[in-house]
Design a protein around this ligand. Structure first.
Ligand code: ZN
Length: 438
């Protein structure tokens, strides 16, 4: 086995940029705000879905839907029908805990927040961490309301473990948390439910500099305040929350920012709700992608036949993370499909279409890697284990386009603190750049 072990300064800088992107994006709404700010800083113009669109030659644009999904694109030099689209998709959401609408409660003087479980997190990883809250709050303004992004930098909530003296079997049977009774987060002291609610809403009001009575609703995500880090004796690895799938979002975004004067229109689409099945107005199962493609066709004088020809000339890369080989648990992997961190992007295959990859699209991606000078690996799940899925099969079936599922290898997927390899991020960004320019 030949291993690629040297990590270049460029790879390290790329991984640092990823950690910074995650640290400024503690909720899907922040991911979109961070992404939009980077696009604007690089000359992309914001478009609104409720306005007519007119494009400039080789224009660079982005569209946000409901604050948590974003599609950015760079128009190609060739006619849309002839050149088609070079697309990359990823997801802005991560599994975790979300605050309920009337969350605050008092339990024997301890103020707590009720939470819902979003998607499939490893719940035990949320215990004993310096957790906080980030998301959006709707605040009354005369006739309507304004939406404010909110983030508490300091830790304002916590889920303490039960002492081992009351949970003697925790190391043999694992930490089991009842989703209703085991997850409410402690945030302060309060004698009753009403005062607990006031304590919580006053904290939000103070943070936003508004009156607590004007708070209408919120979407609040529980996040880990610990910043991203490099680890290992040679700092070969990175750790942070949300690597699944902000690593792919960031790679796709950086690849698009680096795309100029290319032949085909390049599209980077980052969707909310992947972790809960993608069926929503903002999710990959909704109309967002089709609507944007239709709008691009209309604004580039591409008729219906031209749109279908464009899709037939297109290629979609679904970028989401992959399961790295863990040496302490070698038995859970398919033999000969052990994928390793720092050994390049992973092509994911599942014949039951949990992944959209087929032999043709995998071959296409392999050749992109070869042209980009990037190593690649191939993954298949153990046959007796249920395989996860991605937005790949959803987009492929909605659009009828050729599609491949790829991603970088990582450990502890769906933990609040995931880890991955330093070298892989630049490799993925490089191959996605080659795709946009192909
Ligand atoms: Zn994912």
């Amino acid at each position: 086995m030949t291993l690629q072990l040297n990590i270049t300064p460029q790879a390290k800088a790329s991984a640092q940029a990823l950690l910074d992107y995650i640290d400024t994006s503690p909720s899907p709404w922040h991911v979109v705000a961070t992404t939009a700010a980077m696009l604007k800083a690089n000359g992309f113009k914001s478009l609104r879905e409720n306005e007519p669109w007119q494009f400039k030659k080789n224009g660079r644009y982005f569209v946000v839907r409901d604050g948590a999904s974003i599609i950015a694109f760079v128009l190609g030099k060739q006619p849309t029908a002839e050149a088609g689209f070079r697309m990359v998709g990823a997801h802005t959401d991560s599994p975790g805990l979300r605050i309920k609408p009337k969350a605050a409660q008092s339990n024997e003087g301890i103020a707590q927040l009720g939470v819902e479980v979003y998607g499939g997190p490893i719940l035990a990883t949320f215990t004993d961490r310096d957790l906080s809250l980030a998301g959006r709050v709707n605040v009354r303004n005369g006739n309507g309301f304004d939406t404010h992004l909110i983030q508490f930098d300091q830790s304002v909530v916590r889920l303490p473990n039960l002492a081992i003296h009351m949970n003697r079997e925790v190391n043999d049977k694992g930490l089991v948390l009842n989703k209703q009774t085991g997850l409410p987060l402690i945030f302060g002291l309060s004698p009753n439910h009403e005062e607990a609610y006031a304590l919580f809403t006053n904290k939000i009001a103070q943070q936003l500099n508004i009156a607590a009575k004007d708070i209408l609703t919120w979407d609040l995500n529980v996040y880990d305040t610990q910043k991203g880090s490099f680890w290992g004796v040679d700092e070969d690895f990175i750790a942070n929350s949300q690597l699944d799938n902000l690593a792919s979002c960031h790679a796709a975004l950086c690849a698009l920012l680096d795309t100029h004067d290319q032949e085909a229109t390049a599209i980077c689409a980052l969707f909310d709700h992947e972790e809960v099945g993608s069926e929503s107005a903002t999710g990959a199962g909704g109309s967002f992608m089709q609507d944007i493609i239709q709008r691009i066709c209309s604004a580039t004088d591409t008729n219906e036949e031209g749109r279908l020809r464009a899709l037939a000339n297109s290629f979609f890369i679904s970028a989401d993370m992959a399961h790295a080989f863990h040496p302490n648990h070698a038995g859970v992997y398919e033999p000969c499909h052990h994928v390793r961190v720092n050994q390049g992007p992973v092509i994911k295959t599942n014949v039951n279409q949990r992944y959209s990859t087929n032999a043709d699209t995998a071959a296409h991606f392999i050749q992109l890697c070869e042209r980009a000078g990037v190593p690649y690996q191939q993954y298949a799940h153990r046959t007796d284990l249920g395989c996860g899925s991605t937005i790949g099969p959803i987009i492929a079936s909605r659009l009828g386009v050729a599609s491949v599922d790829v991603g970088n290898a990582m450990w502890a997927m769906h933990s609040v603190r995931e880890s991955a390899g330093v070298a892989d991020h630049l490799s993925m960004t490089t191959v996605l750049t080659h795709h946009f320019k192909s």
